[in-house]
Write a protein that binds this ligand. Sequence first.
Ligand code: 2AM
Length: 167
Amino acid sequence: DTTRTGRWFFAIAIEGPIAEKLTELQTRWLTTLRQSDKVRPIIANNLHLTLRFLGPLSDDELSHWQQRSRKICAQSFTLQLANLGYFPRAKTGWIGVKPSTPLTSLAAQLDVSERWQPHISLLRALSADALPELPLPDASWSVNAFYLYHSDGSGTPYQRMQRITLG
Ligand code: 2AM
């Protein structure tokens, strides 16, 4: 039963010119590191902003979330890149987005916790005491959809299982 394994999550896909800018940022960030051999940049096809992490799901749970996502009522909105950040426990380097009401209200409809911090992960297995001083891409773009993603845990590109269009 494949639906019981792997990880499921709702996320906004990062694509096209924004993914290109973030790939360049990954490269620039890597060059600031003394020891970059272990660090794993997230491949361009996998760049995303997680709205709600679900983990492994049973068939029933999967259909519950698919139905719920179809009922979501949200308009398209603009995202804008912000600061760099680092999660020490997850050893993940990321870029944040400017907080915005439409993003928060979309996340709220997916029962996102109070601790949710919208970010786009860029580097895994990163050990960092400080964030580099890098010129950040000044990018804003329109979000018209999000996806239910599935990851089989093998590091291959995430599968987009369902597209949810915003109004
Ligand atoms: P991350 O990008 O900060 O690592 C798929 O694993 C996505 O779900 C990733 O974007 C990951 O966040 C996010 N996520 C949130 N909570 C998670 C958890 N407990 N375990 C794994 N991934 C989680």
